[in-house]
Ligand binder design. Structure first.
Ligand SMILES: [Zn+2]
Ligand SMILES: [Zn+2]
Length: 307
């Protein structure tokens, strides 16, 4: 027998949301999702409703839902969608196509940078020490190029689609590997320490992966239906599995971990953690904590091997 929506009372509520206890129909779910994102943006003072906002879009469910939802709830935002084509075979062009479809539909400005135009490829890391963890250099490269594009586009704030599951998973693994710098980076808002940095925000911080997927599905958004060939068997997938096991029968577990880190642990760690002295990378001119930044080091590594 179909269940009734907890909000409007109509039948045909298929899913459970909000810490796994509430069942909503499609319309009430969309409403719940948008209200919660709006609340998060306002709670952490992420941006003003008419600000110039860059949104990093990948073609996946999270960033597509983020773009669509922010466009809808803040119609006066001056949005620039930022996309990196990673040049990964049988994957990246498909992602770019989905991003174009969505930004065309929403009539949002889109800027694209292709890794191939920088003279290397992500697939090339197969021939380096990163062969089994390509996501690590790929993440560094993506972040750097997006930061660079945001600065060049002159956006005031940069929003990314990190969801609750990603965030909590990264929190736990950063905690266990004692990577406290990484842990502090998971805060909902990161303020710039240098003119060549942008304020960064995570409006989907309190939305689960499933909620992002359902929002994209119900809003009929074009999203990629292929997964990255390099992500199979990676650490982040393992962490995700661990998180699923820990949350079994405890629907509020992810929120509990998030709150514990944001309210208690991160402020404590931040107090003790010295801000690394920022210098300028002598190769690319962007802020860095070392003479040559992590991005430039990865790029020169991949360029040094034969692809
Ligand atoms: Zn309903
Ligand atoms: Zn550099």
């Amino acid at each position: 027998m179909p269940l009734k929506c907890a909000k409007c009372g109509k039948e045909k509520a298929e899913l459970s949301i909000a810490d796994g206890r509430v069942r909503l129909c499609e319309i009430c779910f969309i409403d719940y999702y948008e209200k919660k994102v709006k609340e998060t943006v306002e709670k952490y003072d992420m941006f003003k409703p008419d600000e110039s906002l860059g949104i990093a879009v990948s073609g996946g469910k999270d960033s597509s839902s983020l773009l669509y939802c922010l466009r809808k709830i803040f119609p006066k935002l001056d949005i620039t969608a930022i996309h990196i084509n990673l040049g990964i075979k049988n994957y990246s062009d498909h992602c770019e196509m989905k991003v174009k479809e969505l930004t065309d539909r929403l009539d949002v400005k889109l800027i694209i940078k292709r890794v191939e135009d920088q003279g290397f490829s992500i697939d090339g890391f197969k021939n380096t020490i990163y062969r089994r963890k390509i996501c690590s250099p790929c993440g560094i490269i993506k972040r750097h190029l997006i930061d660079e594009m945001a600065i060049k586009a002159g956006v005031k704030v940069l929003a990314t689609g990190h969801n609750l599951d990603d965030t909590v998973g990264t929190m736990l693994s950063a905690f266990f590997s004692e990577d406290f710098t990484q842990l502090v980076r998971l805060k909902p808002v990161l303020y710039p320490h240098h003119p060549l940095q942008t304020k960064k925000v995570k409006p989907l911080l309190r939305m689960t992966e499933l909620e992002d997927y359902l929002y994209a599905l119900y809003s009929e958004l074009p999203i990629r239906n292929q997964s990255c060939p390099h992500s199979i068997g990676t650490q982040s997938r393992e962490t995700k599995k661990l998180l699923e096991r820990l949350s079994e029968g405890k629907p509020g577990f992810r929120y509990q971990v998030l709150n514990l880190f944001l309210k208690k642990l991160i402020p404590m760690i931040e107090d003790k953690l010295k801000q690394p002295d920022l210098t300028i990378c002598k190769s690319c001119g962007f802020p860095s904590s070392s003479e040559v930044c992590a991005y430039c080091r990865r790029v020169s590594l991949v360029k040094s091997v034969i692809n």
